[in-house]
Write a protein that binds this ligand. Structure first.
Ligand SMILES: Cc1cc2nc3c(=O)[nH]c(=O)nc-3n(C[C@H](O)[C@H](O)[C@H](O)COP(=O)(O)OP(=O)(O)OC[C@H]3O[C@@H](n4cnc5c(N)ncnc54)[C@H](O)[C@@H]3O)c2cc1C
Length: 543
């Protein structure tokens, strides 16, 4: 890796690197090449050609824009966190250059000079974070808090706003289980803990958080809170924001310790202002979370529905009757068909067409069985056909591996990306049809748009779309046009611009329509109060 001014002076990373590969998803050892059969299907049905794909670069061949920080800036930052926790080396900057959206990964393949934070800092405690924010406010340096690095909405773009430089504040050292209250069922976790490490620390005491987004293995407690993440067990355990009992946040204007009691009538709930604040209001350092005992039993059952409308009505009935599944999800006809083509058999059971639904139940043996029986009665009455446990067990087994396929698809010349929204049950089909049409309108009728419901509420549900097309021309421009069309369709058809991926830089242009001009003014007023110089994540969240 060489910067424009330091070509040839390639140094190794000074700081511990993020665990993910810099230009792909996840652990390189788990990368999944596509079979020749799948490549053949992609060519036959989508016209995909590997010749259209930009080849991945070796890290040594990436040209980074040089760091804009002066020696004086670096010395002041070193005084705040310790010299051993600051680096302006390219090898440290490149892995924090952005998140893991498809445009992020495609940008990493560019031979043009790439942007990256001007330095990386690894603070070890709140005092150091406060000191960094003070230095950055004084020296006018933008700050991007960095959790697991899994943002898919440009939340980690190294944007400088009106400042000349930007630093990445990597929070991995905030990795403690601070306290466990087994009477109340609460734990205080450090913001930098990854999902697996948090679960490991709780499991040592027989407890579980139960937040399993697809990015679970790499994303962090602070990142979940900052983005209002939603996990695959949300039917049973709720969204991450539902689990939050309290937060500590370091802002440039001081420290906030929010959430005194399980419920309170002491005015508007300020925790809500910091949940989903995406690093623009402060740095979340600790989160107090509701936890539950590790489940003693699990029951799985998969279902087939003749079509999406029947399946969606069945999920609605389950949720509105509160029968208690932990996992409840439904793939549409296209997603079910593609899963079949990719796996031939799902979990040893031959699934033929229709729409696949997965249910999982947890708790004590009695609770899991009772929840299962109640739910299966509703699903049977709603037109479902049981496929047994196999496909649901298989789904759970592979639930974190799908993102690896995207890297192989990009290499093969396919464009592959996801987006999500949510709306009320009454408008769900209309929204799904409109978003699908908008995406295919831009990407051509040969593109594939797959959809599933994975988060349900008594009054509505989320829709998660996966898009597959042949790369044509510049795939970033190609995707930008499709994404814009989908966002317009979401806004025009009653959806939210994001159900769980957050706003970042990518959804920011739609925020005024999401919350209105007065809503934007309120967010700006809060920002002025907690971050008067505006150093935290400029260009994200707030229009
Ligand atoms: C393959 C894949 C699958 C995904 N699946 C899901 C899913 O199932 N459900 C879901 O909800 N999301 C999902 N996401 C999106 C992403 O994982 C979530 O947004 C996650 O919550 C981000 O956590 P993180 O620790 O990686 O944060 P980062 O990506 O590092 O940061 C996200 C944003 O929060 C800010 N931030 C991070 N930590 C802090 C902090 N401590 N204080 C203040 N601001 C902070 C950052 O500046 C940034 O703006 C997925 C992403 C990918 C790539």
């Amino acid at each position: 890796m060489a910067s424009e001014t330091q070509a040839g002076q390639v140094g190794g990373a000074v700081l511990p690197l993020p665990p993910m590969k810099w230009d792909a998803w996840g652990d390189p050892a788990l990368a999944k090449p596509l079979s020749e059969d799948i490549k053949g299907l992609l060519t036959a049905f989508l016209g995909v050609s590997a010749e259209a794909a930009a080849a991945p670069l070796a890290a040594e061949d990436v040209v980074l824009r040089p760091s804009a920080l002066s020696p004086e800036d670096l010395a002041a930052l070193a005084a705040a966190v310790g010299a051993e926790h600051v680096s302006a080396a390219d090898a440290d900057r490149l892995p924090r250059a952005g998140g893991k959206s498809t445009p992020d990964l495609l940008r990493r393949r560019s031979r043009e000079p790439q942007d990256a934070p001007d330095a990386v800092l690894l603070p070890g405690n709140e005092e150091e974070i406060a000191a960094v924010l003070a230095v950055c406010a004084e020296r006018r340096i933008a700050v991007v808090p960095f959790g697991g690095g899994t943002s898919v909405v440009g939340g980690l773009d190294p944007l400088r706003g009106s400042f000349a430089s930007v630093v990445s504040l990597d929070l991995r050292r905030l990795d403690a289980l601070h306290s466990l209250d087994e009477v109340s069922g609460e734990a205080v976790l450090g913001a930098g803990l990854t999902g697996p490490r948090a679960e490991e620390l709780l499991a040592e005491h027989g407890w579980e958080l139960g937040h399993f987004p697809q990015s679970f293995r790499f994303a962090t407690i602070g990142g979940f809170a900052a983005t209002r993440s939603s996990g695959q067990d949300s039917a049973g355990h709720g969204r991450f924001d539902d689990m939050v009992r309290g937060l500590r946040v370091v802002t440039p204007a001081g420290v906030l310790d929010l959430g005194r009691a399980p419920a309170s009538a002491a005015g508007p709930d300020l925790r809500e202002l910091f949940l989903g604040s995406e690093g623009a209001f402060g740095v979340i350092t600790r989160v107090r979370l509701r936890i539950h005992p590790l489940p003693a039993a699990k029951v799985h059952e998969a279902w087939s529905f003749p079509d999406f409308a029947t399946g969606a009505a069945a999920l609605r009935a389950v949720e509105q009757q509160g029968t208690g599944p932990t996992v409840l999800r439904l793939s549409d006809e296209s997603e079910t068909a593609v899963n079949l083509a990719m796996t031939e058999q799902i979990g040893g059971e031959q699934v033929t067409g229709g729409c696949l639904a997965v249910t999982v139940f947890e708790g004590t043996k009695e609770q899991a069985e009772a929840r299962h029986e109640r739910t299966r009665a509703v699903l049977l009455a709603a037109g479902g056909t049981s496929l047994g446990a196999g496909p649901a067990v298989a789904w759970e087994h592979g639930r974190f591996s799908a993102p690896y396929l995207r890297d192989a698809l990009l290499d093969a010349g396919a464009l592959c990306e996801t987006l999500e929204t949510a709306t009320d049950w009454a408008g769900l089909e209309r929204l799904k049809t409109a978003v699908t049409a908008a995406l295919q309108g831009e990407l051509g009728s040969g593109s594939l748009v797959l959809c599933h419901i994975s988060h349900v509420y008594p009054t509505g549900a989320s829709l998660y779309f996966t898009v597959l097309a042949a790369q044509q021309g510049d795939p970033i421009t190609q995707w930008d046009a499709a994404k814009r069309a989908a966002c317009e369709a979401i806004m025009a058809n009653g959806g939210t611009i994001t159900h769980h991926h957050a706003v970042g830089a990518d959804h920011r242009p739609w925020m005024d329509r999401e919350i209105g001009d007065l809503g934007v003014k309120i967010l700006r007023a809060v920002k002025d109060a907690v971050d008067p110089v505006g150093i935290l994540n400029p260009g994200k969240l707030i229009p």
